[in-house]
Design a protein around this ligand. Structure first.
Ligand SMILES: Nc1ncnc2c1ncn2[C@@H]1O[C@H](COP(=O)(O)OP(=O)(O)OP(=O)(O)O)[C@@H](O)[C@H]1O
Length: 247
């Protein structure tokens, strides 16, 4: 287990990120995005469409080095990612999609993952045979299979119906609580944010920056409906105050 201390922190300080736009212009996307997550904390990012959330996640994952600032990940951190599109290998079964990224995974651990995500009956199926909800679960299984130190979830429940998304949200909470992993979650659902997050970061319109941070001290599993409603009101109030509308 990683000892507590500075090395377990994820420290993000993105001073500037711009994309090349048409006619040689630069589109300023992120500005002074600064935050820290401790080992095992779930940070949720909530902000208007186009404010740079996916761009930020890609920088934090190390997929985009073209920015000004610095991201300090725990040394040798393994990263698991789930995108809006499940991005499975179509010619491999569910089982093999997961084994492909985690060849050393034990059968016991794989079975446990599939059990939590209710994929047991689908292990031999191919991605083309899966509904979007099932494909998302496989993508989540794959991200957890690598035993990540940092888990990056970019709207993993978007465009699922409310019941299914609530179900997978609870599965995600169970996975995160079964093995602490520093998690960054982007969502447009405030409900998802307050049920899953330890810290909720509100972002401004582009260029995205963090305008407020709400810490939720009560553990996820202990939050009841009235806690969730109260935290939602707090975040909504803060969003109104900051003029940050997450749509
Ligand atoms: N590869 C790229 N080249 C040029 N511009 C880009 C590129 N990727 C993203 N952008 C632009 O950067 C801005 C931020 O995009 P990004 O996807 O990071 O926002 P987002 O907050 O994740 O949006 P959403 O909530 O709608 O998913 C958008 O205006 C987008 O068009």
């Amino acid at each position: 287990m990683r000892p507590a201390g500075v090395s377990a922190l994820l420290e993000v300080d993105i001073e500037r990120k711009a994309w090349a736009a048409s006619a040689g212009d630069r589109l300023q996307v992120l500005e002074n995005v600064r935050f820290t997550l401790r080992h095992g904390e779930v940070g949720v990012f909530f902000g208007p469409s186009g404010c740079g959330k996916t761009t930020m996640l890609r920088i934090i994952a190390g997929l985009d080095p073209d920015y000004t600032g610095r991201v300090v990940r725990p040394p040798h951190a393994r990263i698991g990612m789930v995108f809006q599109e499940p991005r499975l290998l179509p010619w491999r079964s569910v089982d093999d999609n997961v084994r492909f990224v985690a060849p050393d995974i034990t059968e016991e651990r794989l079975s446990a993952l599939f059990a939590i995500l209710q994929l047991d009956r689908h292990r031999t199926h191919f991605p083309g045979e899966l509904s979007l909800g099932l494909a998302r679960r496989v993508a989540i299984a794959r991200a957890f299979a690598v035993e990540p130190d940092i888990l990056i979830l970019d709207e993993p429940l978007v465009s699922l119906d409310a019941r299914l998304s609530a179900h997978i949200r609870d599965e995600l909470a169970a996975l995160v609580d079964s093995r602490p992993v520093t998690t960054l979650l982007v969502t447009h659902s405030l409900d998802e944010a307050v049920r899953l997050g330890d810290r909720i970061f509100l972002m401004s319109a582009r260029p995205g920056r963090i305008v407020s941070e709400t810490f939720i001290p009560k553990p996820r599993a202990a939050r009841d409906a009235s806690d969730v409603a109260a935290i939602k009101r707090r975040v909504e109030h803060e969003a109104e105050r900051q003029g940050s509308v997450a749509t």
